[in-house]
Design a protein around this ligand. Sequence first.
Ligand code: VAH
Length: 314
Amino acid sequence: MKKILVTGATGQIGLELTIALRNKYGAENVLAAGHKRPALTELTQSGPYYRLDVRDASALHQIVETHNVDTIFHLASLLSAVAEQNPQQAWDVNINGLINVLETSRTHQCALFFPSSIAAFGPKTPPLDTPQDTIQRPTTIYGITKVSGELLCNYYHHRFGVDARGLRYPGLISSKTLPGGGTTDYAVDIFYAAIKAQHYECFLRADTQLDMMYMPDAIDAAIHLMSADSKQLTHRNAFNVTAMSFTPHQLATEIQKHIPQFTIAYNVDPLRQAIADSWPRHMNDSAAKAEWGWQAQFDLPAMVEDMLEKITLK
Ligand code: VAH
């Protein structure tokens, strides 16, 4: 990877991924692009930033051609809860944007990273030890765009030779970026509430078990996958990866070990509860471990300790 473009660079994954890539490959070699005009942050102050709506094929093409981009990390997407509020826009951004990125990758021989999700599974998927290869009938528009995205990336690889690779991420927890309209956002919001008010009102039921991952592991997984030997990758679009699986009650109990006075209440949001209930509880990620050496570093106690430390220092 010599010249990299990150789309959706102002998002929850995009910001931290851009910083990590710039530290590894040199700031001038990592172009950040987003549809928003971000506040001057370490993103815009550490390297090149471009306003880009991924639905604008010519603008995307222009950036890739002008800078001779050889790798695209395509993170621009509407997340699950926001997508359910506007399914047509979700399809437009998540799929038409991806088609533009795939076409640009095809014509410019770019390698492509695509973030899929546990949302690519549905109520008929085995919820525990969810296999790498299993039924995928998601019931959310976000999940439909993710499973369609996996199929499109695989098609462009087999039909046109595009080096497309992807990960099925669980819920992601970051100390640097706030989440933007996802169903797993509670697992980030709870930390700010615990520090600020020692109380949190959770929008999911106490027993809602979901796969989760700390952002440093998510970033390492994306970079590790894109650096792996292509010949080793059988399940390239897209690998199950996870680090931990917990419920809001279990997360609150772990936080209370650090903030004993912290309390949690539950005010369930039917929309986001229905989305979470359609997702698996814990994925099997043995294919990622076998094919490119995936291994998470953070479990629940380690993540909670680091999150509280990092947010308290802000
Ligand atoms: C969401 N954070 O909640 C995202 C993620 C697995 C969940 O895809 O929509």
